[in-house]
Design a protein around this ligand. Structure first.
Ligand code: PMP
Length: 461
């Protein structure tokens, strides 16, 4: 073989550069660097996962000519299809029908078969893409079902490849590693390796508003997930590939912050990255501002901008979704709260009894109240929970309130759009407005109705 050449494209996976951010980080004490995983040949960090999954599948008996099945759309599909093309495996990808034509076409370009399924069905419906993938895998001989949400080869890929590579590039000089979280393979695998090398290395997770992870890490409660536009990060269930214990700190970002930062990374830093990269940098900057220390922070850039040209880099799409500065829209949670009577949020302490909480609800004429420990949110208590307890006789007025807290609420931030709040409140009773882990406001359906009614009839106010 000719000197200087690689034997095939899979040998070009990894060894991605680490680059310092210079302009979007102005004024920060810390230095923020990015790991350019979007430069992998299949277009993302999932190339490493694809290689490791296929290596493990071969060790477990996948034979030449076999079929790889996955219920996916994006980057894992591209990685598997690229490797399968070289190794001569067939690929079947099962996708929900909301996926963009570009994504479907690029998988077909690698020779993969793509099966479309309806999006609007429950996960256990036999027509759902998850069930169809499982069924195809069961019915196909010499088949490997990649199952990235529950396959330990996914986090292991990062433990064996990305983690050691980062350590070789940065060593002890690295203080903080920050990334978005989807399957959790990235943070779990890299985190395990880096913490073995340097136990006080900090792992910072970034989660989109609407995903389950943030609230669960903060309060151990499974709150209501709702939809958002940034792709590849956040979940509405808990994959077994995610080790939440590895996370030292978690920060939350909304779509607008993610997309404006993604645009800045391209326009100011020349980094042609996708939305989850912008999300991770936006989260890392929040961390850096909060920490205030001089640290070296490394942020993983999962994939490239080319998949999002018709979205994040399209002014019309950005404006339609209210992500550009000159948008009109209905305003944000901040505007809504400004129209409510001022005053601190009524809350109760986790140590209080049922009796104390009833007094608080009566005194303020409210039917639910957040329960805090210090200033940390533990959950909500609703009038109906108290009623149930007393009617069933399963507790008394002296019972601790902590036993009654529940999770039928969603959490939002001051900059969450009112348009989004409408869909949040159609799924759940109440939205808690959070800032720096503290509850700064409570929004119920009637608050939203009141806000929208006042907007519709300004003269009547
Ligand atoms: N960003 C993008 C664009 C992705 O496709 C993914 C994978 N879902 C992630 C981030 C998150 O990576 P992981 O699944 O390893 O948490």
């Amino acid at each position: 073989m000719m000197r200087g050449a690689l034997s095939d494209i899979t040998k070009a996976v990894g060894h991605t550069p680490i680059v310092r951010l210079n302009r979007v980080t102005e004024g920060l004490e810390s230095d923020i660097y990015v790991k350019c995983e979007y430069l992998n040949p299949g277009g993302s960090h999932k190339d490493r996962v694809g290689l490791n999954m296929i290596k493990d599948a071969e060790a477990a008996g996948l034979k030449p000519g076999g079929t790889i099945v996955e219920a996916t759309s994006g980057n894992t599909g591209a990685a598997l299809a690229m490797i399968a093309a070289i190794k001569g495996y067939k690929c079947v990808f099962v996708m929900p029908d909301k996926m963009s034509q570009e994504k479907i076409s690029s998988l077909r370009a690698f020779g993969a078969r793509v099966v479309m399924c309806p999006t609007a069905v429950e996960p256990d419906d036999p027509r759902s893409y998850y069930q169809v993938a499982k069924r195809i895998a069961e019915e196909t001989a010499n088949c490997f079902y990649a199952n990235q949400y529950h396959n330990p080869s996914n986090p292991n890929a990062h433990y064996l490849s990305t983690g050691p590579e980062i350590w070789e590039q940065c060593g002890h000089e690295l203080d903080v590693f920050c990334t978005g979280m989807g399957t959790g393979g990235t943070i779990s695998g890299i985190g395990k390796f880096l913490k073995q090398k340097k136990p006080d290395m900090k792992m910072v997770g970034v989660d989109p508003v609407g995903s389950l992870y943030y609230d669960f890490v903060k309060t151990q409660r499974i709150t209501k997930a709702f939809s958002y536009k940034v792709e590849g990060i956040g979940e509405d269930f808990f994959p077994s590939t995610m080790n939440l214990n590895i996370i030292d700190e978690i920060f939350r970002v909304d779509d607008k912050e993610c997309f404006l930062m993604t645009r800045d990374l391209v326009r100011l830093e020349g980094l042609f990255v996708g939305g989850s990269g912008g999300a991770a940098v936006a989260g890392a900057i929040k961390y850096a501002k909060q920490s205030g220390r001089k640290e070296n922070i490394l942020v993983l850039m999962p994939d490239g901008a080319s998949k999002y040209i018709s979205k994040i880099f399209n002014d019309e799409w950005m404006r339609e979704n209210g992500f550009l500065e000159d948008e009109k829209g209905l305003g944000t949670v901040r505007d809504l709260l400004a129209g409510k009577p001022a005053g601190p949020v009524v809350s109760v302490d986790a140590k209080e009894s049922v009796r104390d909480v009833i007094d608080t609800l009566k005194k303020h004429g409210i039917s639910q109240v957040p329960v805090l420990e210090g200033n940390k949110l533990r959950g909500m208590v609703q009038e109906v929970d108290l009623l149930r307890l007393l009617v069933k006789g399963s507790g008394t007025l002296d019972s601790p309130i902590l036993d009654l807290i529940e999770s039928d609420y969603a959490t939002v931030t001051m900059s969450t759009k009112v348009e989004l709040l409408k869909s949040v409140l159609s799924d759940t009773k109440i939205a808690l407005v959070m800032e720096r882990d503290g509850v700064v406001g409570v929004v119920t359906k009637i608050d939203l109705i009141d806000f929208l009614a006042r907007k519709a009839t300004p003269a009547a106010v």
